[in-house]
Write a protein that binds this ligand. Structure first.
Ligand code: ZN
Ligand code: ZN
Length: 109
């Protein structure tokens, strides 16, 4: 059984969402990247895995208005473009963690 990662702290910035996984492991997620990574059925075809969201339709200054915890495994982000159905599981967030160590661990991007 794999333990689900639980962030120590989640902070909503002006243009990013900062997730502290551990003391020396902090991911600064650019808000727009996270918005584009939304996995909900509206943004992402669950059958084919194809993104349905047009990146051109997402403004550069999109940002998180609110972040709600969903159980102990995910967060839901309410976006400034009115989108609020996206749920971001912690293991997914960890898999796209933009910190240097994770990016290097995934062999760059
Ligand atoms: Zn979505
Ligand atoms: Zn990381």
């Amino acid at each position: 059984m794999t333990a689900v990662p639980i962030p120590q702290r989640i902070h909503r910035g002006e243009r990013d969402v900062v997730i502290t996984w551990a003391e020396e492991h902090v991911g600064h997620y650019p808000a727009r990247d996270l918005r584009l990574a939304c996995q909900c059925a509206e943004c992402h075809d669950e059958m084919t895995g194809r993104p349905l969201l047009d990146p051109g339709a997402v403004s550069d200054d999109v940002h998180a208005l609110a972040i709600d915890l969903v159980g102990s495994y995910a967060i839901r982000i309410q976006w400034s473009d009115g989108h609020a159905t996206g749920i971001y599981p912690y293991d997914f967030l960890l898999s796209i963690c933009p910190c240097e160590r994770c990016v290097a661990g995934r062999g760059g991007r």
